[in-house]
Ligand binder design. Structure first.
Ligand code: 13P
Ligand code: SF4
Length: 376
């Protein structure tokens, strides 16, 4: 089983602008900090051992104090580690939820505890706010798989066919597309275009999974999430064999046969809502490692089996570099205004669609494979 491993690689483009490697001097875990952070520890005690808390608490306290002084909000993606997700983030959720929260945020400064395309999406939606990413190397294999020039060529090849881009792309790519989508609303977005054929890029597997849910003909691109592509049907069979009755929840960036072998599929927030509402006796989340820890905090009666694959890009974000970002106001996300204005049209069209219902599946599992046209 290819699970529980750190998947290598980093964004080549972003590696050039690395954040400093030397960490700050550790802060002291004083009795005052222990008291000030006691309620937070109670929340995460099930997933963070007491001895680790002494290392985290002073930085958590410093971040929460400084973010108030600066009037900043922290947006935390579901794949952040629990000390970030539950202890310093003001808003948490999947990439659609975070984009919506960025658009609504009543704050001049947004710190994105997530990867670079998420910070760019916040900046696209909030051009007048300062958006900070704590480590510029926090990339994404999907965002790296395609350029704006690739989309221009695709549009030449398929003139008049509307182009939907997954939010896991650069601002340049979004600027060339008609509308964005996330895993939470991809089927809804594709169908909203009322077109017989749609280009849905760059995730081959997401596109194939969407194709099982719609009659719209899908043309896609050979991009993949380096984390979710590693899960296999054999992994799921092993898990079911070792854990009778387990419910298998899968992210739609996984291969279609993995989706078909699961009990439920949806975005990170969809998986979290499923667990909250259904309270399965035991469950496995076929996705990035931190998800289970974060969802377990809110569902103490559910037994989580925790094989997973780490996203090395998400794991670039730490308490230390969030604090550093707030102290030094770095690294500010800057997008060419002309590109940002064009990208905003695509992101705003998505935001303007009705919010997807929190309950109810947007994907069905156990579906036969559906045809897509793959352009590489
Ligand atoms: P969500 O939209 O489900 O949060 O997914 C984003 C992502 O990067 C998953 O790998
Ligand atoms: Fe990109 Fe996959 Fe990491 Fe999400 S989990 S940020 S899609 S590499």
């Amino acid at each position: 089983m290819a699970l529980n491993q750190i998947n290598g690689g980093m964004s080549g483009q972003m590696a050039q602008e690395q954040a400093p490697e030397t960490g700050p001097a550790p802060l002291d875990y004083t009795p005052e900090i222990a008291r000030a952070t006691a309620a937070l520890y109670e929340k995460v005690a099930g997933v963070i051992p007491k001895f680790e808390w002494a290392a985290y608490a002073p930085t958590i306290h410093a971040i929460n104090t400084l973010k108030k002084e600066r009037g900043a909000v922290i947006l935390g993606h579901s794949y952040m580690t629990p000390e970030i997700y539950h202890c310093v983030a003001d808003y948490t959720g999947d990439s659609l939820m975070l984009a919506r929260k960025a658009a609504e945020a009543d704050a001049d400064i947004i710190v994105q505890a997530g990867v670079h395309f998420m910070a760019e999406t916040s900046k696209i939606l909030c051009p007048d706010k300062t958006v900070l990413i704590p480590d510029t190397r926090a990339g994404c294999s999907l965002a790296e798989s395609i350029t704006g020039a690739d989309v221009v060529k695709l549009k030449e090849k398929y003139p008049g066919v509307p182009v939907v881009t997954y939010v896991n792309t650069s601002a340049e790519v979004k600027a060339e597309c008609d509308i964005c989508c996330t895993s939470s609303n991809a089927v809804q977005v594709v169908e909203s275009l009322n077109a017989p054929r749609v280009i849905l890029l760059p995730d081959e597997f997401l596109a194939k999974n969407v194709a099982t849910m719609t009659d719209v003909e899908i043309i896609t691109w050979a991009g993949r999430c380096e984390v979710h592509e590693k899960f296999t049907v054999e992994d799921i069979e092993e898990l079911r064999g070792a854990n009778p009755g387990i419910e298998v929840l899968t992210h739609p960036e996984c291969p279609p046969d993995v989706m078909a072998a699961s009990d439920f599929a949806g975005s990170t927030s969809d998986m979290s809502n499923y667990v909250k509402q259904r309270q399965p006796k035991n469950v496995v989340l076929i996705t990035e490692c931190s998800m289970s820890d974060n969802v377990a905090v809110e569902n103490p009666d559910v037994d989580f089996i925790r094989p997973c694959n780490l996203c090395p890009h998400m794991k670039r974000i730490t308490l230390d570099n969030i604090l550093h970002a707030l102290q030094t106001m770095t690294h500010e996300v800057v997008i060419d205004p002309e590109i940002a204005a064009r990208a905003r049209i695509a992101v705003q069209r998505m935001i303007d669609l009705p919010a997807p219902a929190a309950a109810g599946p947007k994907f069905r599992t156990k579906q036969p494979a559906a045809h897509v046209t793959l352009v590489a």
